[in-house]
Every structure is written in C-alpha cells, then in structure tokens.
Design a protein around this ligand. Structure first.
Ligand code: HEM
Length: 393
C-alpha cells in the first residue's frame, strides 16, 4: 500500500504545482500586460535625484523667476514655487464640472484685484483687508458714535415733552394696516440689526464673555435668523414704502424745518405736514435708497437673485456694499427708534394704538392738524373699532 499511495501523493503535488503556476501566469497576463520599459524601471517611472546635484545658486540664473515648474524641478527638485505662483495669480485650470453648478471649480485662488482700501493682491485677501481694516473698525466706531451722541442728547436735554395739556380728543394717525406693515418691518429690522451686529462685532464684546463654544452656537443661530428675517424685511419694506409714499413727498415747509433742525436744539416748534422733513429724510434715505441697496446686496449674499453667477468676487463685492449700507441704515433707524420711543413723548403711542391727542398733532405736525380741522383729511380713516371690542381689549 505504501508504493501506490506515495505515487498518488507525488502526482497530486505535481498537478497542483502545474495548475498553480499556470493560474498565476494567466492572472498576471490578464491583469496588466507589463510594458518592457516598466520592467526595466521597477520604481514606476519615478526618477531619483541626487541631492548633491542640486544647485544652491540656481537663483543666480537671471531666468530663475520665470522658470516653469519643469525647469525649476531640474535645478531644484521638489521646489514647486512656479506652480504655486501661478495658482496664486488666479490662473484657471481645466474642469469638466458645468460652470452653472461650479462656476469657480477650476480656480483655487482668485486673481489679483484692488478693492477700495486694500492693497493689490488676491481678491480674497483684498476683501479681508477691506473688512478687517475698514468695515469692522470704522463701521463699529461710527455706530458707537451715533449711539453715544443720542445718549448724550437724551441725558443732556431729556425727551421732548408736550407743551400744552392733552385735550382727550383723538385723531387717527396710523390705520391698523399701516401699523401692521410698520411693525412687521420693525421686528424684522431688529432681528437683522441685532444678528448683524453680533456677527460683525460680537467677536470683540461677546466672545471674551461667552467663550468659543457658546459664541459659535449663538453666531450660527443668529446667522440663520438673519437669512430668514432678510426676505421678511424686504417684503415689509416694499409695503411700508408704498403705504407711506404719498405723505413723504416733499412739501411746503420741509426746507425751513430742515434749516431749523426741526427745532430739536432750540426747543421751538416748527410746523410740518403729516410727516416732517426729518421723517422724510429717514424715509427716502433709509427706507428707499439704503433699503434698495441693503436688500439687493442681501439677496445676492443669500443667493436669491436668479440668473446671477455666484462667484467669490460677486459675494465679496455684495458683502462690502451690504456692510456699508446696513451700517448707515442702522445709524438712521437707531435715530428713528429713539424718537419713536423715549425721545419724543407720545410718538410711540401713535404707532401702538394708532391715534394721537389733538395737542400732540398740533405741536408736532401743525399743517396736518390744520388740514384735519379744515376737513381736508378725515379724523378717522379706518373702520372705527366698536366700543364693545375696545372695552374687552
Ligand atoms: C423698534 C423699532 C421701531 C420703532 C419703535 C418705531 C417707531 C415708530 C413710530 C413711533 C412712528 C410714528 C412716528 C410719527 O408718528 O410721526 C414710526 C413711523 C415710521 N416708521 Fe418706525 N419704528 C421702528 C422701526 C422702523 C423701521 C425699521 C422702519 C423702516 C424700515 C421704520 C419706518 C417707519 C416709517 C416709514 C414711518 C412713517 C413715518 C415716515 O414715513 O417717516 N420704522 N415708527
């Protein structure tokens, strides 16, 4: 039995070896037909460089700065400065991604540009310089000066009081529709202003108090709120604009009112129509002019304008315009909010309840009051609320 068994074992071993070799060779042939050259260079084409052949004085060559990456690699292997210089100057590479979906996929670093207030450098860096050297310090300082001036005025002169006694007779100043439009606008503005201020300046006054984690979350939440309140503000702004447009048209007495500063310093009453020239400046400057700029630039930043290619350059310009216009707008509205609350007695009531006392109307908007007395403007423009409902409220 020993003889045949041994023979079978040897036969099996021979067969296995033969199959194994055949399978190995065929697998190799099918997987990759090896090129004769590759066989000659087992390192896969990578050439070695002798560091002792590197030229330390390669930069003495007058053409050194203009060398291509290939030329540089010959004299200084591993020095990829030429290719990074190209990347840094904003050279576009090739990409098969559609421009509509990825407009800048082939471009790592933007080309050189000089934004107002920046050096001539890559656009990203230029934008950073404008933001950090101008918008943040001067925008912040400007807002602080405005708030400081208002505070000085308030603590120096106090709020503007009524001179005469109230009559108890009411005139409707704002209809429920006008008030709803105004408050929608005001609420959206407050969300935008608070979130905007924290996003831009919070790093200086909140981050040291709250710490990174909490401030990070706060900024994240406020950024989302900012993005949602923006469109609401835009819609409310358009409604407010058309609602108050007629009474904000220039009229008799506006120039005198402006020249006398509305009597704010003298304390002497300057007559005006339904809205005085100061309110008209706020309307045309803040609501209309700055409103359009802030809303359009905000829509660009929110990528809400159809048909626009949203490149980094577009966003940088939109951001700078948005920042300047919204700081100016905030300064104007801070003044408006001051006069609409603690700065002028009785004004907040008009926007809250919709009506003012005859004395208030006479002292602050005399021409408007005269027109009402003359029957040119109705005392009550909206449907009066039934007394039963007023009592319940
Ligand atoms: C908390 C914020 C605000 C408060 C407390 C406030 C308060 C007031 C008050 C009391 C009035 C009535 C003034 C009067 O009787 O002559 C008023 C009018 C008005 N407010 Fe505001 N407001 C605020 C925010 C805003 C904002 C953000 C805007 C604009 C985007 C705005 C636009 C207007 C306009 C257009 C008028 C009508 C007067 C005019 O056309 O000049 N308000 N506001």
């Amino acid at each position: 039995m020993q003889g045949p068994l041994r023979f079978l074992r040897v036969l099996a071993a021979l067969l296995l070896t033969a199959f194994g070799l055949a399978a190995g060779v065929s697998a190799q042939t099918a997987a990759a037909p090896v090129a004769p050259a590759a066989v000659a260079t087992p390192s896969g084409g990578i050439k070695s460089a002798n560091i002792f052949e590197v030229k330390p004085d390669a930069d003495a060559d007058p053409n050194y700065a203009n060398q291509t990456n290939a030329e540089r690699a010959k004299v200084q292997p591993g020095n990829n400065a030429p290719i990074w210089r190209q990347v840094g100057t904003g050279v576009n590479g090739f990409t098969s991604l559609p421009k509509s979906e990825a407009p800048e996929a082939g471009n790592l670093i933007q080309p050189f540009v000089q934004y107002p207030g920046s050096r001539l450098t890559n656009a990203g860096e230029a934008w950073r310089q404008v933001r950090n050297n101008w918008l943040i310090p001067y925008g912040g300082a400007f807002l602080l000066i405005v708030i400081g001036a208002i505070a000085l005025f308030y603590f120096g002169k106090g709020s503007i009081k009524l001179h005469g006694a109230e009559t108890g007779r009411k005139i409707e100043r704002f209809t429920p529709f006008e008030r709803s439009a105004h408050w929608a606008n005001a609420i959206a503005f407050c969300i935008l202003a608070i979130s905007g201020v924290v996003l831009a300046f919070g790093k200086f006054f909140l981050l040291p108090v709250m710490g990174l984690t909490l401030f990070g979350w706060l900024a994240y939440v406020l950024k989302i709120m900012h993005n949602f309140a923006g469109p609401l503000f835009a819609v409310a702004l358009v409604i407010v604009f058309f609602t108050f447009l007629r009474d904000n048209m220039p009229s008799r007495g506006d120039l005198v009112w402006l020249l006398k500063g509305g009597g704010l310093l003298s304390g002497k009453h300057v007559p005006s129509h339904r809205f005085n020239a100061g309110e008209k400046v706020m309307f045309w400057g803040g609501v209309f002019f700055l409103g359009i700029i802030v809303v359009v630039s905000g829509f660009v930043l929110n990528k809400l304008l159809p048909g626009l290619v949203y490149e980094r350059g577009t966003m940088q310009i939109a951001h700078m315009v948005h920042a300047v216009a919204s700081v100016l707008m905030t300064a104007l509205f801070v003044g408006h909010i001051y006069l609409g609350t603690i700065g002028l007695e009785g004004s907040y009531q008009s926007m809250k309840t919709g009506s003012v006392d005859e004395t208030w109307a006479k002292e602050h908007h005399e021409y408007w009051y005269d027109d009402i007395k003359a029957g040119k403007i109705p005392v009550q423009r909206s449907e009066p609320v039934p007394p039963s409902q007023t009592a319940q409220a």
